[in-house]
Design a protein around this ligand. Structure first.
Ligand code: AMP
Length: 298
């Protein structure tokens, strides 16, 4: 069984103790309600690190005032069982008061530029909430390898940039996007979908794949690619597109033509549930390499 840690001091002590024994620390930050996507991060951490910590904290700072903080799904017992199954050494499950004795904190971390677009434009303050809690977790855990999913590609880019800018003693590791068998990206928020919405939701990945097919067939215009994906999504009356955009994968800057590391990312409402998904493309002249994620039946 993993040891359950609820205080900042105890997590700091456990990670320091591991390092002083010469053991490397692997950190897997999550908001809980763990699924196969989270498990894949824990598995990667388990394979590469000696002392693996999964953190479970629904961070209020990254939710907007009208968002789903109060109804965000939670299942600490199930999460601890999942961590046990993945051989995790410690679960950090603090209260809000423990991590934010004064709420909201006066000090936050803002990564400029990368947070302006995509999810940043529709969720003001969201990424400041993410980078602030992740910086706190990095500070508490100390030098470590930290595992994040490419499901949240913009978040991964933002955290990678934060760690570089602030010289944080953390190796930020990106892990593959894990899908359901029908292609829907795994997400704790999939629990909000009713059976009909759940049937429709794989159309999001299908639209991304249609975009990838177009790129493989020679399309190189970012705007044209966005139009293809948007049109595919718009064919489903149950879906409402918030964005379907092509960006530079590392800087999240807009691009005109597809070349290099490119992110094709979407945010789509299925009913009132906001789902995000993406594919990463490496385009070099004629050659196209698409990262469609893992776990789905191709
Ligand atoms: P969350 O609990 O949604 O905040 O996610 C915690 C971590 O798990 C983040 O690094 C996410 O990118 C990652 N994650 C969530 N869903 C997936 C998925 N389907 N595939 C890979 N990683 C994921």
């Amino acid at each position: 069984m993993p040891v359950i840690i609820t205080t900042v001091a105890a997590l700091r002590a456990a990670c320091s103790a591991a390092r002083s024994e010469g053991r490397s620390v692997g950190l897997v930050p999550t908001m809980g309600y763990l699924h196969d996507g989270h498990r894949s991060l824990m598995r990667a951490a388990r394979a590469e690190c000696d002392f693996v910590v999964t953190t479970i904290f629904v961070n209020p700072l990254q939710f907007g005032p009208t968002e789903d903080l109060d109804r965000y799904p939670r299942d600490l017992e199930g999460d601890i069982a999942a961590c046990r199954d993945e051989g995790v050494d410690a679960v950090f499950a603090p209260t809000v008061l423990e991590l934010y004795p004064q709420y909201p904190p006066a000090t936050t971390v803002h990564v400029a530029g990368l947070t302006d677009a995509l999810c940043g434009s529709s969720r003001p303050g969201h990424f400041d909430g993410v980078t602030t809690i992740v910086a706190k977790l990095f500070s508490i855990a100390g030098p470590c390898r930290a595992y994040f999913g490419r499901k949240d590609a913009q978040q991964l880019a933002v955290i990678t940039r934060m760690a570089a800018d602030l010289d944080l003693a953390v190796d930020v590791i990106g892990c593959p996007l894990v899908r359901e068998h029908d292609g829907l990206a795994r997400s704790s928020r999939n629990a909000y979908l009713d059976p009909h919405q759940r049937e429709v939701a794989p159309a999001i990945f299908a639209a991304l794949r249609a975009g990838v097919d177009a790129v493989r067939a020679g399309a190189r215009s970012a705007r044209a690619l966005e139009a293809i994906v948007t049109e595919r999504l718009a064919a489903h009356p149950e879906l409402r597109v918030e964005y379907a955009e092509v960006r530079d994968a590392a800087t999240i800057a807009p691009i005109e033509r597809l070349e290099g590391q490119v992110l094709l990312a979407v945010a789509v409402f299925c009913g009132s549930t906001r789902l995000i998904d993406n594919v990463a493309l490496r385009v070099s002249g004629e050659s196209v390499d698409a990262d469609l994620g893992i776990g789905w039946n191709s």
